[in-house]
Design a protein around this ligand. Structure first.
Ligand code: 5GP
Length: 206
């Protein structure tokens, strides 16, 4: 995947319950951006209020596994018993149009994307502390105690992975976290290796 002349592939990842989804929504509510959200596919049951084709594409295990065989995912992972994956169609098309394509995925999937898209922008969302994570999972009210425990155990294993990311954004306040991500996107566009080709002629030493 060649991103230089295009939009950025932005990967927002981190432990479950850290508020990735809320931060991502706040990011999309900000003005003056050219972001496109990559809607994931999952085999998990829809939660109350979730809409097929907006929050996720909800499919059966058979359908998901068929798509794996057909190579239709940029990445996919099994997370606490369900499949989640990023459909690869449309991503390149959107990037070529200059859109920033935002993935909000868990860490195994982010590792796969890192292998395929070296110049993606990898952002790890971290909780201010572990208690905050536990409280958020509890407050969300969508998980049973076993699922909360599974997600906390998983988070313990995932925190050290933050080292592999380009940026760490602490989700102390949702709007602050979204602001920081927007600042990162702007700064990434100005990075020399991404923007120099536009000015090459002008900057060429005679
Ligand atoms: P939830 O069940 O809470 O909606 O999502 C569980 C986890 O799966 C979250 O960490 C979420 O970010 C992640 N996730 C959502 N979509 C994808 C995807 O397409 N690929 C991967 N690898 N993880 C995803």
């Amino acid at each position: 995947m060649k991103l230089n002349e295009h939009g950025l592939l932005v990967i927002i990842s981190g432990p479950s319950g850290v508020g990735k989804g809320t931060v991502r929504k706040a990011l999309f509510e900000m003005e003056g951006h050219d972001l496109v959200y990559s809607i994931s596919m999952t085999t998990r049951e829809p939660r109350e209020g979730e809409i097929d084709g907006i929050d996720y594409f909800f499919v059966s295990v058979e359908e998901f596994e068929k798509r794996i065989k057909e190579g239709k995912f940029l990445e996919y992972a099994k997370f606490v018993g369900n499949y989640y994956g990023t459909p690869s169609d449309k991503i390149d098309e959107q990037l070529e149009k200059g859109k920033e394509v935002v993935l909000e995925i868990e860490v195994q999937g982010a590792n796969q994307v890192r292998e395929k898209a070296k110049d993606g922008v990898f952002i790890f969302i971290a909780p201010p502390n572990k208690e905050a994570l536990y409280r958020r999972l509890l407050r969300r009210g969508t998980e049973n105690p076993k699922s909360i425990q599974n997600r906390m155990d998983k988070a313990d294993r995932e925190f050290p992975l933050a080292h592999q990311y380009d940026y760490i954004v602490v989700n102390d306040e949702v709007t602050n976290a979204a602001d920081r991500i927007m600042a990162i996107i702007r700064a990434e566009h100005a990075k020399t290796e991404r923007s120099i080709y536009k000015y090459k002629e002008m900057l060429e030493v005679k």
